[in-house]
Ligand binder design. Structure first.
Ligand code: SAM
Length: 243
């Protein structure tokens, strides 16, 4: 029986994980870029915290090069899948604006536009300040932003279908701008030979912060900031450094 009840994909973390693996999101290449950006600025960096780590796909790649890696995310379901995928990596539930660790790291990362879920510039400032508070002097903060107001394409349609471990997942999305946010409606259809087809929809409201707002958040947190464009990160990356 189709189920059209609204669910967030982060509650269905196993489907999130399979979908992006199946779509070929190249977490290994992204991790290589993260490593380069960090070690270019701090060649002896050896500890990393991934904020909004999701199902742990970047952490799994970064656990080799770094002596210590730790993850945090708001969603217990995403963390459950991360724990299954990377049982050796410590994971903690927390909000990016106010998580607390009783230690600092050489690098803090926040990937795949997760900061877009913050609703206001004040929240963005709080989150970046919190990242800065958790890096050592000489530490690096990397934030992959969501689109800016001037490069977001309103009316964008995305369509993918993948097969992973006997499960077929289709994802159809439609995104429009409403005020200073993008509203993305996503329809997932999941087919499993033994149990049939399931359908659910998901709405993602994400703030279209402009480049100045990101850079201001870094400066307020007493970090230097560079905006780096790269094919592995479509909306670019903000790279902060704590002198
Ligand atoms: C697009 S996913 C990215 C996950 C992972 N970084 C990746 O690259 O696959 C966005 C993640 O942000 C998390 N998230 C959303 N709001 C958050 C918040 N305020 N604090 C911490 N995590 C949050 C969600 O639970 C979800 O795991």
């Amino acid at each position: 029986m189709p189920d059209s009840a609204e669910k967030t994909i982060y509650e269905r973390a196993d489907i999130y994980h399979d979908f992006y693996q199946g779509r070929g999101k190249d977490y290994r290449a992204e991790a290589t870029l993260i490593l380069e950006l960090i070690r270019d600025r701090n060649p002896v960096a050896d500890s990393l915290l991934d904020v909004a780590c999701g199902t742990g796909a970047h952490l799994r790649e970064l656990a080799g090069p770094f002596e210590t890696v730790v993850g945090t995310d708001l969603s217990p379901k995403m963390l459950e899948v991360a724990m299954r995928n990377t049982p050796e990596i410590p994971l903690h539930q927390g909000d990016m604006r106010d998580f607390r660790f009783d230690r600092r790291f050489d690098a803090v990362t926040c990937m795949f536009s997760s900061v877009g879920y913050l609703a206001t510039a004040d929240d963005l400032d709080k989150a970046v300040r919190n990242f800065a508070d958790h890096v050592n002097p000489g530490g690096v903060v990397i934030v992959e932003p969501w689109w800016f107001p001037d490069n977001f394409v309103s009316g964008w349609v995305g369509a993918d279908i993948v097969n992973v471990d006997g499960r077929t997942i289709s994802r159809l999305s439609y995104s429009v701008r409403k005020g200073n946010a993008s509203h993305m409606e996503v329809h997932y259809t999941v087919a499993v030979p033994e149990t049939g087809i399931e359908h659910f929809t998901d709405i993602h409201v994400m703030t279209l912060f402009d480049r100045d707002s990101y850079e201001a958040a870094f400066r307020k947190a007493e970090l230097t900031v560079e905006y780096v464009k790269h094919e592995q990160a479509a909306p670019g990356m903000f790279v902060g450094y704590k002198p």
